[in-house]
Design a protein. Structure first.
Length: 469
């Protein structure tokens, strides 16, 4: 419009508009962002960490809380039987045969079952007439053996409603040693659908030892030093999980709670009050993740079982173990190919490097955008004022399109490429957009003032047009 009033040629008006657009639009930014994220993905792949969704690189770097199961993270997922202790007059060898017959009938293949199989080989000595495989929701498996009765194997509090004091003391003693404790109960009564039969009595205690990872302590120490909170969420007895956490150096390992039977609303209220959560159901895991996110935390969740999928989908970033269920891997942003939690510090460091460098790169691009915006507004105001007062003195837009492309390529493109490669593992603070804009404003204002100074010198005749260019 101003050009029409001042009778400027259409070609000149068009070229000026294109020059302003080139200056205002950070056209190289999408390319450099993609390159930076791709480099991050490549580096993570070398550490056996496969990114399935590109934005996960950024989210991992921003993680402030990591929710993790005990099995497969603090421990390596392998288990072994510590001891099978029989009650009363029952024979240990017969108990082993019964356990082998139960597993043969249920066909359970989880790590607990595999540990029991090593001491109690599968057999068909006793024929199963009714079977109920193990479920993480029920916490037990159940088999009715012909001529023997109904046997239930699992967590004591889910099988026997009123535990004798002697049983409570024994389970607590074993749990304080970091052992998982399962009980084998027997009843001559048939099962009640999926419920243990009435009158079930404990005939054996099966204590199982988790193998703690050699690097678990150093991994936890790294997170502590880098202001990333650890929440251990497990379906096991909280006392057992707390002891494992203590051996791994988890801070506040004594801050434990049993979530058995707790309503989801109550779970959300205590999400930030405890470090160790035991007897957690899949729905409770998801509620814990949701509650932490509502408190403004960036939550990463690790898991390996189907029961973890709900929580993984709720998390900002989900991490699966390659040794886990296929459905879990397909639902996750990141898969640890060797199922080794110790790679997590490297993954978080790479995420931080990408995010921090990305913030600086975006600020570099926005310098030009802020400059173009300010200069355009100032020149527009000067032009309007000149038209109102019919002044001959006015600024001319000093840049042609090719000038800005040189700046874009040499001053920003090459610089931002090398900037994206530099090491940077600083803790991410503040919001991404706020950080980018706050860093870009001083540069944009400085460049604008420098250009305006040259224009004023040109207006006064101190320098010529060729010198400005």
């Amino acid at each position: 419009v101003i050009g029409l009033f001042k009778k400027i040629s259409p070609l000149e008006m068009f070229m000026t508009s294109v020059g302003l657009a080139v200056a205002a639009i950070p056209e190289g930014l999408p390319a450099i962002v993609t390159i930076m994220l791709s480099i991050g993905v490549t580096k993570m792949a070398k550490n056996n960490s496969i990114i399935r969704k590109l934005p996960a690189v950024e989210t991992l770097g921003s993680a402030t809380v990591i929710c993790s199961d005990k099995t497969g993270t603090l421990t390596d997922g392998t288990m072994s039987i510590n001891e099978i202790e029989v009650e009363g007059r029952h024979d240990l060898d017969d108990i082993k045969v019964i356990l082998g017959s139960m597993l043969n009938a249920t066909q359970d293949s989880n790590q607990t079952a595999k540990a029991i199989m090593k001491m109690c080989p599968l057999n068909d000595k006793y024929i199963a007439t009714n079977t109920l495989p193990f479920s993480s929701a029920r916490k037990y498996s159940m088999v009715t053996l012909k001529g023997k009765g109904t046997y239930v194997l699992g967590a004591a509090e889910f099988i026997v409603k009123k535990l004798p004091n002697k049983a409570k003391e024994k389970i607590e003693t074993l749990s304080k040693r970091g052992l998982r404790v399962m009980v084998l109960t027997h009843s001559v009564m048939p099962s009640r659908k999926e419920q243990p039969p009435l009158g079930s009595k404990i005939i054996a205690y099966v204590s199982i030892k988790d193998n703690i990872r050699e690097n678990a302590e150093s991994t936890i120490a790294w997170f502590k030093q880098n202001n990333v909170d650890i929440k251990i969420i497990s379906g096991d007895n909280p006392i057992t999980v707390g002891e494992i956490a203590r051996q791994c150096g988890v801070e506040d390992y004594e801050s434990i709670i049993n979530l058995e039977g707790m309503e989801l609303d109550e779970v959300k209220k205590i999400a930030n009050k405890y470090t160790i959560f035991g007897r957690v159901s899949p729905e409770q895991k998801a509620a814990l993740v949701e509650a932490l996110k509502e408190q403004g935390k960036t939550v990463a969740m690790t898991g390996d079982g189907v029961n973890d999928i709900i929580a993984l989908k709720k998390a900002d970033c989900s991490i699966a173990m390659a040794s886990g269920a296929d459905a879990t891997k397909y639902s996750s942003h990141l898969v640890l190919m060797d199922s080794d939690f110790s790679h997590m510090p490297e993954v978080v460091q790479e995420g931080r490097r990408v995010v921090n460098n990305l913030q600086q790169t975006c600020s570099l691009f926005l310098n030009k955008t802020i400059f173009a915006f300010l200069l355009s507004v100032i020149l527009l105001i000067v032009a309007v004022v000149g038209m109102i007062f019919k002044s001959a003195a006015t600024f001319q837009y000093p840049f042609e399109t090719q000038h800005l492309y040189i700046w874009e390529f040499c001053g920003i493109g090459i610089a931002s490429f090398f900037l994206s490669l530099q090491p940077n593992d600083k803790v991410i603070e503040g919001g991404f957009v706020n950080n980018v804009v706050c860093n870009a404003i001083p540069g944009g204002v400085t460049i604008t003032l420098a250009v305006l100074t040259l224009l004023l010198l040109n207006l006064n005749g101190a320098i010529g047009n060729s010198q400005i260019i």
